[in-house]
Write a protein that binds this ligand. Sequence first.
Ligand SMILES: [Zn+2]
Ligand SMILES: [Zn+2]
Length: 163
Amino acid sequence: MRKTGAFEESADGVVCDCCGKTTHIFYTNPFFSVEDIAYLCPECIASGEAARKYDGSFQDDFSVDDGVDDPEKLDELIHRTPGYSGWQQEYWRAHCGDYCAYLGYVGARELRALGVLEEVLDDPMWDEEQKEMIRESVNGGHLQCYLFRCLHCGKHLVWMDFD
Ligand SMILES: [Zn+2]
Ligand SMILES: [Zn+2]
């Protein structure tokens, strides 16, 4: 099973590679950089220091939805926003001209429980075959859905991939 959140907790604490301080909450999801980074604290991610120091990013800037014109928003997404860990290349959804908030791992059952299954299927991203796959997806299964929510209108969107 993969981790469900971007951060993990350590009772003993770990040392952030970036600032050298002991942190009890540390980042565990993708960080793309030349150097191999073990631990990052939330502060070094939010401030952009980790991305700056290691010339790294938390999201591939080609694997994002079109439709966001503001380069500052892309900068915030790839340099100051914790990423998530997918089976394959992580992809970030956008809506209303801005990148969405990532909410977590879901399958059809979770989408139904949240009452957003029909909402995520109402999306030009997916053809009929893909919609059927989303309807049959199981959280933690071979076909994983990743839930996003628009920061502006509140619409839910998913990304999905396979193991
Ligand atoms: Zn730090
Ligand atoms: Zn929207």
